[in-house]
Design a protein around this ligand. Structure first.
Ligand SMILES: Cc1ncc(COP(=O)(O)O)c(C=O)c1O
Length: 365
């Protein structure tokens, strides 16, 4: 098509993100009953939606003819109070993913570069490519970020460095001492993004990234209601950073990016600490079941501190196909250049046991 000659050459280079496959799609393709399929492919909440968010959402239906508050006043003030931060240090997005887009639009262009680890969340590379920035991928230490190497990779033109913690898709967690050492080496004109989508359900000790913002560092912490609170379908996430940086990131934000339903549900979810406690307990049990299953099957796996884990399946495409036929959707990680591995999200204990049984069958054990 003639119009495509005008396509932005940076956009033309983008390899689109491959999401986890929806249950209905797999059911249609394989002739399965959707009710029998389990999806362990997108690190969604195993316990469903936060009950407090769900109740608020249902009650809010009659207000849906109204536009949302463009400044998310209630959510902003409640979250600021809960986190002990100032309202003007927060930004909200349609998922934390949208805030990643804002920061790419605000800071990245040809002549700038981005530093991230190999096997880190693939969206970083997509955004850098889209903006015409150079993507510097730093080899990992095993499957984990090598922070010393990442600090050494920062160049004068590096505008953003991404620390994904715990990292998706590897589940690895950064240690506080390593983060401290890293932060000492980052120049002040380079933004450090702590992408902490799994922080509230983390199964280890999260290093405190907020203190760098309090110190006035060029630093942005990203969180989401998608995972811990089970609001992935509503799309709402937030960022915490110095007020001046937040003001700059607000420029590309469109006024009604976070829906009224999402704002109401997220505001209510903030009261649901009990849901977080139950979720973490569930994920601990899920991890035990999966680790025991992989050990029994002799499959290498990476210890995870989030609600998903990588295991080495060998011919991962074939194993993935077999699992789909058993009604279990997991996530191939070939786009991360891990062609022998698969990522499985932590479901309920019953779902994890079903996954292990299906895996045994697929592997002929
Ligand atoms: C590390 C990481 N960051 C950000 C996101 C984006 O999440 P959302 O846009 O749902 O907040 C995800 C989602 O999988 C993720 O794994």
């Amino acid at each position: 098509m003639k119009i495509l000659e005008r396509l932005n050459p940076h956009v033309a280079k983008v390899n689109p993100y491959q999401p986890g496959r929806p249950i209905e799609e797999v059911a249609r393709e394989l002739g399965l009953d959707p009710g029998t399929i389990i999806k362990l492919a997108s690190n969604e909440s195993a316990l469903g939606v936060s009950p407090k968010a769900q109740a608020a959402l249902v009650a809010a239906v009659p207000q849906m003819h109204l536009y949302p508050d463009a400044g998310a006043f209630e959510l902003r003030h409640k979250l600021a109070k809960k986190q002990g931060v100032k309202p003007e240090e927060l930004i909200f997005g349609a998922g934390s993913n949208e805030i990643l887009v804002f920061l790419a639009q605000a800071l990245l262009r040809p002549g700038t570069s981005v530093v991230a680890s190999a096997y880190a969340f693939v969206i970083y590379k997509i955004l850098a490519t889209m903006q015409g920035a150079e993507f510097i991928e730093v080899p990992a230490k095993g499957l984990a970020h090598d922070l010393d190497a990442m600090a050494a990779a920062i160049r004068p033109d590096t505008a953003v460095v991404f620390l994904c913690n715990p990292n998706n898709p590897t589940g690895t967690l950064l240690e506080r001492a390593a983060v401290d050492r890293f932060m000492e080496k980052v120049p002040e004109d380079c933004l450090v993004v702590f992408d902490e989508a799994y922080a509230e359900i983390c199964l280890g000790d999260m290093p405190d990234s907020f203190r760098f913002v309090r110190q006035g560092r060029a630093c942005l912490v990203l969180r989401t209601f998608s995972k811990a609170y089970g609001l992935a379908g509503l799309r709402v996430g937030w960022g915490y950073g110095p007020a001046a940086l937040i003001q700059a990131l607000e420029k590309p934000r469109q006024p009604f990016n976070v829906t009224l339903a999402a704002q109401i549900a997220a505001t209510a979810a903030l009261d649901d600490d009990d849901f977080l406690v139950r979720s973490r307990a569930n994920y601990r049990e899920a991890r035990d079941i999966l680790e025991a299953g992989f050990t029994e099957l002799g499959l290498p796996f990476e210890r995870s501190y989030a609600n998903f884990m990588l295991f080495k399946a060998g011919d991962a495409a074939k194993v993935n196909d077999g699992l789909l036929r058993e009604g279990v959707i997991v996530r191939p990680v070939a786009p991360y250049r891990l062609p022998e591995w698969l990522r499985v999200s932590f479901g309920t204990p019953a779902e994890c046991r079903r996954f292990v049984a299906a895996l045994k069958k697929v592997l002929g054990r």
